[in-house]
Design a binder for this molecule. Structure first.
Ligand code: MEV
Length: 332
């Protein structure tokens, strides 16, 4: 059996944006971190030219020569098409005419700002390049994943594929090689899901409209968020949690100004702070989704218990691992 006959499985983590979302699309520095929940993807070869993608969470679809030929229920092909585009671009760029089976199982909830689409794309790209016996750098995976991200998002900055590939906590700026930040001690975040989903592309479009209406204000807010990101980096590197929390709240208020928060997100931020967190903010695209909060290690447990009565909350220790090869396949 040559190595091309064996299914290959890779996984990649979800993410949170610690600061700088939306503004990062326009060139501001942002900071993001990989999460503990992961997407798994197994790729195996086929003898025909069909690309079959099946997801435990969404369903299955098949394409032949770029045409959707089968789907397990209406709309599934559309939802999985971004990954099909990426897979077919990778196969074409390596002159491979035969198809593959792609099996996805993701622990990352969709449309909550936690990077579900990027982690699926990065894990799929890793598994496929590995199956094809191609050597690659982490940046190649992030670049391939951008093909899928461009289908799902509107003007993606590339931060989601970058952090899900590298893992840990990263500083990201468009067009610049991302840098891993190494905190002196593990950093624990509260990740609080509102349960309300929203497509990131819709929110990025909304911000583009705000920017068109208020370009002067937007430019000033970009300068402000750049300062927030510089200070967040220092707070992480020096383990200054109180300062970090307060910077998160500043960033949340800027995100409110540009219209991506909601009453629910503001309520979660307020509830986190009033139960003792140093600060909190929405994370990712907004319009629903998730809040992150920072608290002292002594208070974390108590705040977690209070918030848990009303929300789905997790304590996540950073840093977490980026993309990796797995030993067992995904079964769907
Ligand atoms: C999404 O995780 C972050 C946004 O800034 C979009 C992007 O950077 O591609 C909202």
């Amino acid at each position: 059996m040559d190595s091309m006959d064996r299914p290959v499985t890779w996984s990649a983590p979800g993410k949170v944006i610690i600061c700088g979302e939306h503004f990062v699309v326009y060139g501001v520095t942002a900071i993001a971190a990989a999460l503990d929940k992961r997407a798994y993807c197994t790729v195996s070869p086929r003898d025909d030219s069909v690309i079959r993608i099946s997801s435990k969470q969404v369903g299955a679809a098949e394409w032949r020569d770029g045409e959707l030929v089968k789907e397990s229920s209406k709309g599934v092909g559309n939802r999985l098409n971004a990954y099909h585009k990426m897979v077919s671009a990778i196969l074409a760029s390596h002159d491979r005419r035969k198809g593959v089976n792609v099996v996805i199982d993701s622990q990352i909830p969709r449309a909550l700002g936690l990077g579900s689409s990027a982690s699926i794309a990065v894990a799929t790209a890793g598994a496929l390049l590995d199956l094809l016996n191609v050597s690659f750098e982490p940046d190649d995976l992030a670049q391939h994943a951008l093909i899928a991200e461009s289908e799902v998002h509107y003007r993606p900055s590339g931060i989601d594929p970058a952090v899900t590939t590298l893992g840990g906590i990263i500083r990201f700026k468009r067009g610049v090689k991302p840098v891993r930040l190494e905190p002196p001690a593990p950093l624990e975040l509260l990740v609080i899901e509102t349960g309300k989903t929203k497509r990131t592309s819709e929110m990025v479009r909304k911000v583009a409209q705000f920017r068109e209406l208020h370009i002067g204000i937007f430019d000033k807010l970009m300068e402000l968020v750049d300062v927030v990101s510089q200070e967040v980096e220092l707070a992480i590197l020096n383990n200054r949690l109180e300062r970090l929390g307060s910077l998160l709240t500043v960033n949340h208020n800027v995100l409110r100004i540009i219209g991506v928060s909601t009453p629910e997100l503001d309520d979660v931020v307020d509830a986190s702070i009033s139960s003792g967190a140093y600060g909190a903010k929405l994370t990712g695209g907004g319009g629903g989704g998730t809040v992150i909060a920072v608290a002292s290690s002594q208070n974390l447990k108590r705040i977690y218990e209070v918030l848990q009565r009303s929300y789905s909350v997790r304590r996540v220790r950073l840093p977490q691992e980026g993309v990796r090869r797995e030993s067992s396949p995904v079964i769907v």
